[in-house]
Ligand binder design. Structure first.
Ligand code: BES
Ligand code: MN
Ligand code: ZN
Length: 496
């Protein structure tokens, strides 16, 4: 984790310096560095034909004035600088600085909010999951640990940074969970890690096999029954709106907003077992839950003025002598029966019980679920947009708007009776699979049968939960897709 600090804009006397350079020049951003180096920076940028386009960087070594290096980061047109481009600029800087232990970053020429976004981008890009590397040499590790942001207004910048720091922390909670190997992170262990977040002020309840059996979570338990690892359902509460009033008295409780995550800590497919090649990817199958946990940590970390609950259904999907068979009929918590024709379509069974429980017990304003639910979603939209489904146009429009802003992109998919009909079973209320055509949609239809008419959206994040390549603000691996998106949904529409 990079340590971010803010100080009044002034040229550092040594070390590395990062400058934001616009296509429209932006001499104000050079923080006097060009003068101090006798024009060495502008000469180097001209020689490199550096034009300040977003996504471009130029490193100048030993330009004079005691500086070890200057990194110029292109930000396009100054006036058009968005939060997202600012974050990406921070991410690019972080990569260019990987060899420097500390650097100064001149952001005096842009607003405190955009400067904080730059710091967020650098922080997010610097994430590394290296818990299981024991032999890496120190000189091979990235060295950047300190970024000193040079700003026009220190107080304003710190104020803008505080919630973004909480966002970065929440994203890291999620990336850590999703990156863990499946022998370490199984349902009970993940529940313990959720419980540890009580330190942030969350209230955390954990339901184990006894409670789940008593409640009648037959669909979730059916998935879990082949595994030696016990299932868990975790409910995290953040009471930021109703908590306690200034007089210390409990204020009235409004309807909370709810987030629900698929947490299959490993998905072998069960008896309908998956091919061996690439099966290791299925450790990521708890990413929906990972996002919900990271989101709750973010809301608590920035003291969001909202009542929110996060529920995760945690199971391991394994083949064994006790595993569910293709053809089994299970009774869900809602009472509806399901013919399980493919044990690899397990995510929807988990979500069915958790979503029904969520609306029944907490009567939320809305529910948003996240799940690495179908390979078909990846076929539809690849690894760029997540697909989403909703029974409510207002919620759908809000999600689309914050997706565009945060760059965690979403594209809406249809729900319709003609898809729902395909779930008809010969012997139960429904079956858990349909034919391959449109099967991300029929999976969503299945889930809709368990929301009981509540305002709801389903995000199929199968293509976005992890990335096989580095992007501007996300190193390859777990992305924590959805944490920033849903945090922004809350801050824009559901606080205050
Ligand atoms: N977790 C998988 C979906 C998945 C596949 C996510 C690849 C990310 C990458 C899910 O449980 C699953 O196995 N879905 C099946 C459903 C099918 C059996 C109807 C699928 O998509 O093939
Ligand atoms: Mn599966
Ligand atoms: Zn799965």
């Amino acid at each position: 984790m990079i340590d971010i600090s803010f100080s009044k804009s002034a040229l550092p006397k040594s070390g590395a310096l990062v400058l934001l350079v616009g296509e429209d020049g932006g001499a104000d951003l050079l923080a006097g560095a060009d003068e101090a180096t006798g024009g060495a920076i502008s000469r180097a940028l001209a020689a490199a034909e550096f034009k300040g386009k977003p996504g471009t960087t130029c490193t100048i070594l030993a330009p004079g004035a005691g500086l070890s290096r200057v990194v110029a980061i292109g930000i396009g047109q100054h006036d058009a600088l968005t939060q997202r481009v600012a974050e990406e600029a921070g991410g690019h800087a972080c990569v260019a600085l990987a060899r420097d232990p500390a650097a100064a970053f001149a952001t005096g020429g842009i607003s405190a909010e955009l400067g904080a976004a730059v710091a967020l981008g650098a922080t997010l890009r610097a994430y590394r999951f290296d818990r299981y590397r024991t032999t890496e040499r120190a000189e091979d590790k990235p060295r950047l640990t300190k970024l000193s942001m040079l700003v026009a207004n220190v107080a304003k910048s710190k104020e803008a940074w505080a919630p973004l720091k909480a966002t970065a922390d929440g994203v890291f909670v999620s990336r850590d969970l999703v990156s863990e190997p499946p022998n370490i992170l199984f349902p009970a262990e993940m529940a313990e890690r959720c419980r540890a977040l009580e330190a942030l002020g969350l209230k955390v309840e954990v339901l184990g096999p006894k409670e789940l059996t008593k409640l009648g979570f037959g669909a979730l338990l059916g998935v879990s029954q082949g595994s030696a690892r016990e299932p868990r359902v975790v409910v995290m509460h953040w009471n930021g709106a109703s908590g306690t009033s200034t007089k210390g008295k409990k204020t009235g409780r409004a309807q909370p907003i709810a987030f629900v995550g698929k947490g299959v800590t490993f998905d072998t497919g069960g008896i309908s077992i998956k091919p061996a090649g690439g099966m290791e990817d299925m450790k990521w199958d708890m990413a929906g839950a990972g996002t919900v946990v990271g989101l709750m940590a973010t809301l608590a970390g920035r003291n969001a003025k909202v009542d929110a609950i996060g529920l995760v259904g945690l199971v391991e999907n394994m083949p064994s002598g006790t595993a569910m068979r293709p053809g089994d009929v299970v009774k869900s918590y809602s009472g509806q029966t399901i013919e399980v024709l493919n044990t690899d379509a397990e995510g929807r069974l988990v979500l069915a019980d958790v979503l029904y429980y969520c609306q029944q017990k907490y009567d939320p304003k809305f529910m948003v679920d996240l799940a690495t639910l179908t390979g078909a979603m990846i076929v539809s939209l690849g690894h760029e947009y997540a697909g989403y489904f909703s029974n409510d146009d207002t919620l759908a429009a809000q999600l689309f708007a914050v997706a565009e802003e945060t760059g965690e992109k979403l594209w809406r998919m249809p729900l319709a009776d003609c898809y729902d009909k395909q779930l008809k079973s010969d012997i139960a209320d429904m079956k858990n699979i349909t034919g391959r055509p449109g099967s991300a949609i029929t999976a969503a239809q299945f889930i809709q049968r368990f929301v009981n008419g509540k305002t709801w959206a389903h995000l199929d994040i199968a293509g976005l939960a992890w990335s096989s390549k580095d992007t501007a603000t996300t190193p390859k691996g777990a992305t924590a897709y959805g944490v920033r998106l849903l945090d922004r949904l809350v801050s824009t529409y559901y606080e205050g």
